[in-house]
Design a binder for this molecule. Structure first.
Ligand code: ADP
Ligand code: MG
Length: 673
């Protein structure tokens, strides 16, 4: 059992791999030169620019794995994502990032193409993997798979599976569950095939911005998250719940904006996109330099949401994607350098056992409760059905044969008997009427109880359908995907064995070569060997110089980016000031400034004591400003059944009111005018 499973966290670095895409049609037509070469034995990428004079040394970067343009989607999955998904199934958190210039294959790597099973990307393959794991599990194991899909666009979080993809959601934090997005729709998924519809809904909603680089390229960051909860009865007889979360992140293009000829709205957009990417860069730098005491996670929504993935509790892989063409040399180098730094990030991971917010536990409790209710209502029905046989009853004939009547004369007796008979019949009618009424009421009640029982049964089966039992076949169409994955895994194993043999052979040859070199037979040979060493030293020196020059160029580019951002912000500020001066008198501005404070949690300005300023005196006095209270997300409402995607949204039992604890500045201004 690994350390982590016995409770102690494991420290491990972020794994960084690089994927080079093939030359595209345009690059081929333009006769572009391939400047990227991949050495998959040493796991290095060399970038060589041929067109500069004087010639520069090749830039060589080492990674955990490198993939050339012939690498298939399945190989990428098996070698990068599969180990992470395996860990997620054991209750760890996992993150897979795709980082790189627009058009280099981030979306291709993460989502892939729907046209053939072998072209599918990491997201569908993770699904096939997860559901194949459930299908192979024992039937005493229960699972719950839930997905969310969001995008961060212009520093605003949008729900790609929600009813209103334009609505901006709030990022919140709670001590027990950490950072979360309020009101984000979660879908409980029953099998791997449902993913297609979910992805289609999400991708339709994804904001696509056309740029001169690539008309299809997305300017947003997309985070697809899969939560896998599982419960199993342990040797102690108790239910043990584990929960693994997998974030699959398709970042926006990392290129500098000047290249995409952005103007106007797009420039503003670009500044914000680059802002969150540069915050990501700052977070990486702060994490790897080892001296920083403050990691600026809070400076962007992206880093806030992915806080655990970088330097936290997550097994993380970064897939850097690059193009091969020389025309993208600068961006390629920039991506490779960025990715190289990320290798040094250390994460501390542990299994999420017995999570407080596990849906599976809540669903299981609800199922037990419903079963109990059903049993009770079945007993009630039984009792009521017994009552259903109630007799209408009759008044006895005793009064008609009363001996008292024998003393009367025959006419009187006859009349009395007649009267008594009529009275008896009346009483019988009344009694029958009452009995019928009682019966009808009982029948109505029986109907109500039966209806209630139906509803309970319905609810129970809906809840039970969300919980997946180990051993069920949940793949159906996705079965082909699973077979492909398994085949790819087998092939990989064989290739590993061959590689291992080759490496051993190589090491043997190297040892022999060194042996020969050491045995100089003449001065001439010694001099030749020393010249080679000198040449190698010169090469290293020029590589170091080139690296320094790259670093300086990169810093210069970053500085220019920051200055662009500052200039854009200054322009916006000036505009805001003009609007402010035109509409709000100076003394009120001073007043607002006095009562305004910066909310670190929400990353926004808030006005204090706003309840005492306006014209809403009739309203009950509000509390003075205080730190916002983070309400727990209403999970039962947020986690809908998959049916919701197709329009049949599960009925929501609880409303989702939301009001910020402190009114926003513009509310205050409206109240004051
Ligand atoms: P990004 O998301 O980084 O902007 P895309 O994933 O949209 O880039 O890829 C751009 C184009 O290149 C797409 O047409 C895609 O199919 C193609 N492509 C990217 N990577 C590969 C690859 N490894 N093999 C084949 N085609 C690829
Ligand atoms: Mg893309």
């Amino acid at each position: 059992m690994p350390d982590a499973e016995s409770g102690a966290p494991t420290v491990e670095n972020v794994r960084v791999v690089v994927r080079v895409r093939p030359m595209d049609q345009r690059e081929k037509l333009e006769g572009s030169y391939n400047c990227v070469s991949v050495d998959s034995v040493n796991n290095t990428i060399a970038v060589n620019r041929s067109s500069v004079n004087p010639p520069e040394p090749p830039r060589i970067y080492a990674y955990d794995a490198v993939f050339d343009s012939n690498t298939s989607q399945m190989d990428i999955y098996v070698q990068t994502a599969s180990p992470i998904v395996e860990q997620v199934l054991r209750g760890y958190n996992g993150t897979i990032f795709a980082y790189g210039q627009t058009g280099t294959g981030k979306t291709y790597t993460m989502a892939g193409s729907n046209s053939a099973p072998e072209l599918r990307g990491i997201i569908p393959n993770s699904f096939a993997h997860i559901f194949s794991h459930i299908a192979k599990a024992n039937d005493d194991e229960k699972f719950l798979v839930c997905v969310t899909y969001l995008e961060i666009y212009n520093e605003e979080v949008r729900d790609l599976l929600g009813n209103n993809p334009h609505q901006s959601l709030e990022v919140k934090e709670r001590p027990d569950i950490g950072v979360f997005v309020k009101d984000l729709t979660g879908y409980v998924v029953h099998n791997a095939d449902e993913l297609e519809k979910i992805m289609a809904v999400g991708n339709r909603n994804r904001h696509i911005g056309a740029t001169a680089m690539n008309v299809e390229s997305s300017r947003s960051h997309a985070i697809f998250s899969i939560t896998v909860e599982n419960s199993r009865r342990g040797a102690d007889g108790k239910l043990h719940v584990g929960c693994g979360k997998l974030h699959l992140v398709d970042l926006a293009g990392s290129e500098r904006q000047s290249k995409t000829q952005a103007t106007g709205t797009r420039l503003k957009e670009a500044t914000k996109i680059n802002q969150s990417l540069s915050v990501l860069g700052n977070v990486i730098s702060a994490l790897v330099d080892g001296k920083s005491t403050h990691i600026p996670y809070r400076n962007s929504k992206l880093t806030r949401l992915l806080q655990d993935s970088l330097g936290g509790n997550s097994k993380t892989v970064m897939i850097a994607t690059v193009g091969p063409a020389e025309c993208n040399y600068v961006e390629t180098i920039s991506t490779l350098r960025y990715a190289n730094r990320a290798k040094n990030i250390e994460n501390k991971t542990h299994v999420n056992s017995e999570p407080g917010d596990a849906l599976l536990t809540r669903f299981q409790q609800e199922i037990d409760q419903l079963k109990k209710q059903l049993e009770e209502s079945a007993n009630e029905i039984e009792e009521e059905e017994e009552l259903d046989g109630i007799s209408e009853g009759e008044v006895s004939d005793a009064t008609l044969t009363d001996p008292e009547l024998d003393d009367l004369d025959p006419d009187e007796r006859k009349m009395r008997r007649h009267l008594r008979r009529e009275e008896k019949e009346r009483l019988n009618r009344e009694k029958a009427h009452q009995a019928r009424k009682v019966l009808e009421e009982k029948r109505a009640e029986l109907q109500r109880t039966k209806k209630q029982q139906e509803e309970l049964r319905d609810k129970l089966s809906r809840l039970e359908s969300k919980v997946l039992v180990g051993g069920e076949n949940l793949l159906e169409k996705a079965d082909a995907q699973r077979r492909l994955l398994e085949q790819a895994a087998r092939e990989l194993e064989q290739r590993r064995l061959v590689e291992l043999q080759l490496q051993k052979h190589l090491q043997k040859k190297e040892a022999e070569r060194l042996d020969i070199e050491e045995r100089y037979s003449s001065l001439q040979e010694e001099s030749a060997a020393k010249s080679r060493k000198l040449k190698r030293a010169v090469q290293l020196l020029s590589a170091a110089k080139a690296e320094l020059a790259d670093q300086q160029r990169e810093q210069q580019r970053e500085m220019e980016g920051i200055l662009d951002g500052v200039r854009a912000l200054r322009r916006e500020l000036q505009l805001a000031e003009i609007v402010l001066d035109a509409y709000i008198p100076k003394e009120y501005q001073a007043l607002i400034e006095k009562y305004v404070h910066w909310n670190e949690q929400l990353g926004e300005w808030q006005v204090r004591c706003v309840a005492y300023t306006g014209n809403n005196m009739a309203a009950p006095p509000r509390q003075p400003a205080r730190a916002p209270q983070f309400e727990p997300p209403d999970l039962s409402d947020r986690y809908l059944s998959y049916g919701a995607v197709t329009g049949a949204r599960a009925p929501s039992r609880l409303a989702r009111p939301h009001a910020s604890a402190v009114p926003r500045p513009h509310t205050a201004l409206r109240q004051r005018q």
